[in-house]
Structure formats: structure tokens, C-alpha cells
Design a protein around this ligand. Structure first.
Ligand code: ADP
Ligand code: MG
Length: 369
């Protein structure tokens, strides 16, 4: 393991040799799809720690620029990570950020008292309000991107790798009409021999098979960046254009986890499973209504009744307190106040148009008091 650690550090220093003049790199502390993060301290001041984020060389220059801009323009205040230094060496880019030692979500989600939950949600929503003021969607709000140091009560929203400015969003994400007609003609000629379909009406609705007419429809293409369990219903239903409300939903999922004393409430392997989990909680009817408001039709085999969020949280905590459960001793005994459940409900509003904003949430009675 020591060897591997060294190999990662060596690779970083070979890619960006300038770092060695200023920093002593200790080791790798984080890894995502598009980056590796290292812990380092200043050679001139061993008490000053930094996180060095090395982007994989295949990340597009546009994306790197967007991430850097977010850190530089938005970051540095309101619990949003800032950038101290950025170095480019040939195809390699590193961001140097203030280091925040942080706890594991799996540990603190398990036993967070009301007061601590209030401070945590207040910090998270303050960070989101800041990001949203700049008309940017973070798109990847989740525990591993919101660092929390329990002892020092410090917070940091990181990872703008998927952030998207609202004004960069095209009005129509699907392929152009001409492209679409082209595709349709191609498919048409392909299926001409096998199927005599002169009718243009879909014939597969409600059947366990997709008809040729539906296969020819243009794909509903939207940016689905993020992690399935934290994706808002409108993202799962491929609504376009996206809004900052998708980050608010994700913060609601984080709150739900804490209220349930569970570090992973939703853990769907894909979007369909994610939608099924949302149906299991909010009920078929509510999800159908949500889809309808987005101009989509949602068909679901089973008719599921909506559950009460507060009831889910209480039952989940009770289950975790069971003496047979591994973590029973550390799970909180007290219940959360009504206001906490009320805020949860508003963060997890299925309708993105009526969902509470970060700014409004900060004025909610749970966070005000
Ligand atoms: P990725 O795009 O690869 O997910 P992130 O920016 O989310 O990269 O960083 C990955 C991980 O590295 C984080 O989840 C966190 O554990 C750690 N990390 C990132 N920035 C910092 C920081 N400023 N201080 C401490 N740890 C950090
Ligand atoms: Mg991340």
C-alpha cells in the first residue's frame, strides 16, 4: 500500500514538477472519475495544509475552465471551496485548495442531534444559495462533495466538475429535426421489409415491447450528471431545461439520510431504479402528477400509496436502534422537531417549480430559530 501511495505521488510530481518547489505531498486522499486529490503542506510552513486536485488529462479544457471559474468567482466564502493556485503543465492541470479535514458521512449521519442538523443544513443551503446566485447549477450535491469537520464545525462545498451555468443550457437538447428525419428515414428503409407499418401511431403503449414507431422517435437527451440516488425526479424524467432546484432536491436527500440515521437512503443502480424508489415513497399518483406537469407520461405497473416521510424516518431510526443492529449504540434517541420534517418535505417537493429555493429554505422556521 505504501508503494502504491508513493506511485500516485510520484505520478503527480512528474506531471507537475513545479509543485515540488512549494509543497511536500503526503499522499492521495480522494479519487473520483475525473480526478485524484492529494494532501500536501507548504515547505515554508509545515502547519499549512492544502488539497491538490489533479484532473485526469482527458478532461476537456472547457470543463476545466468552468470548474476553475466556479472556484475562483464563487468560492472562498459561504462554505464554498475556493482556489489558492492553479498550475498547468502541458496537458496536466492541478487546483490547489485549502485543506479541510472532514468526517465520514456514514459516521455523522448516524447520530446527528437537532442543533447539529440545523447548523449542517444551514451551511449546506448557504453554500447552495451562493452558487445559485451566480446562476450556476452544481449538479453533484452529495455527502462526498460537502465536506464537514464535526469538531471544528467547518463545512466546504467542493467539486464543480459537473457544474453548469444556466445561460449555457441550450433550449433544445435533442438532435435537430433534420437529423431526426434522416434517422427516421434510415430506420424506415431498414424495417420496410420486415414490417408493414404505414400508421404513424404508437402501438406499444402499455405493452412489454417497444414498437418501431417509438424506436424511431428522437432520443430524449438531457445532461444527467450526478449520482442516481441524489437525482431529482425531473432529472430522472429527462425534463429540460434543468434548474437550480435539482441541487435543492439533492440537499433534501442528504437531510433524509440524516433524519433516518442512514448514510445511504437511496442506493439505486440506475435511473429507472431511482425512479422506482421515489415511487415507493411518494406514491404512483404523485409521481404521475409530477410527470404530467413536465409534459411526460409516466406508466407504472403497480399502484403504490404515498408514505409519510416522518413515519419513514422514525421507523428507520427505530430499526437502527435495534440491539441486533451493528450501530445501535450510537443512534440518536431523541426525535426531531416538526419543523425539521416540514423543511424536509419542502426540499423534497416532487415539483421542481414549487420546490423551496435555498434562499427560502434559509428563512424556514427550522433553520431560523
Ligand atoms: P471528484 O471530481 O474526483 O469527485 P472532488 O473535488 O469531489 O473530486 O474531490 C474528491 C474527494 O477528495 C472529496 O470527496 C474529498 O474527500 C477530497 N477533497 C477534495 N477537496 C478537498 C479539500 N479541499 N479538503 C479536503 N479534502 C478534499
Ligand atoms: Mg466529488
Amino acid at each position: 500500500d505504501e508503494n502504491r501511495k508513493d506511485k500516485n505521488v510520484r505520478y503527480l510530481l512528474e506531471s507537475v514538477p513545479q509543485l515540488e518547489k512549494i509543497f511536500k505531498v503526503i499522499g492521495k486522499i480522494g479519487e473520483g472519475t475525473f480526478s485524484s486529490v492529494f494532501l500536501a503542506y507548504l515547505k515554508s510552513n509545515p502547519n499549512k495544509y492544502y488539497a491538490i486536485k489533479q484532473l485526469v488529462p482527458t478532461v476537456s479544457p472547457n470543463r476545466i475552465l468552468r470548474e476553475l471559474k466556479c472556484l475562483k468567482v464563487i468560492g472562498g466564502t459561504d462554505y464554498v471551496a475556493g482556489v489558492e493556485l492553479c498550475i498547468r503543465e502541458a496537458g496536466n492541470v492541478v487546483f490547489v485548495m485549502e485543506y479541510l479535514y472532514h468526517d465520514k458521512f456514514a459516521d455523522y449521519a448516524l447520530n446527528m442531534p437537532t442543533g447539529e442538523l440545523r447548523d449542517y443544513m444551514r451551511a449546506l443551503l448557504t453554500a447552495l444559495r451562493r452558487v445559485h446566485q451566480f446562476k450556476i447549477i452544481h449538479r453533484d450535491v452529495k455527502p462526498s462533495n460537502f465536506l464537514y469537520n464535526r469538531q471544528k464545525k467547518k463545512y466546504m462545498l467542493v467539486d464543480f466538475g459537473l457544474a453548469q451555468p444556466l445561460d449555457s443550457i441550450k433550449s433544445n437538447p435533442s438532435i435537430s429535426r433534420n437529423q431526426c428525419l434522416d434517422e427516421r428515414n434510415k430506420v424506415n428503409s431498414l424495417i420496410k421489409d420486415t414490417k408493414k407499418s404505414t400508421d404513424n401511431r404508437c402501438i406499444c403503449l402499455g405493452k412489454p415491447k417497444v414498437c418501431s414507431i417509438c424506436i424511431m422517435r428522437p432520443e430524449q437527451n438531457v445532461n444527467r450528471a450526478g449520482t442516481p440516488g441524489f437525482r431529482a425526479p425531473e432529472v430522472l424524467l429527462k425534463h429540460h431545461p434543468p434548474t437550480t432546484a435539482i441541487d435543492v432536491w439533492a440537499s433534501g436527500v442528504m437531510m433524509l439520510c440524516i433524519l433516518c440515521s442512514s448514510h445511504c437512503f437511496f442506493r439505486p443502480p440506475n435511473d429507472i431504479a431511482a425512479l422506482a424508489e421515489i415511487v415507493a415513497i411518494f406514491g404512483t399518483e404523485a409521481v404521475q402528477k409530477c410527470a404530467k406537469a413536465l409534459g411526460k407520461k409516466f406508466i407504472c405497473g403497480a399502484d403504490t400509496q404515498a408514505l409519510d416521510l416522518r413515519d419513514i424516518c422514525q421507523k428507520s431510526r427505530k430499526r437502527k436502534r435495534n440491539p441486533n443492529s451493528k450501530s445501535s449504540s450510537s443512534v440518536l434517541q431523541e426525535d426531531y422537531p416538526d419543523a425539521a420534517y416540514d423543511l424536509l418535505q419542502k426540499l423534497l417537493d416532487l415539483n421542481h417549480a414549487t420546490r423551496i429555493t435555498a434562499e427560502e429554505a434559509l428563512n424556514h422556521s427550522f433553520l431560523k430559530s
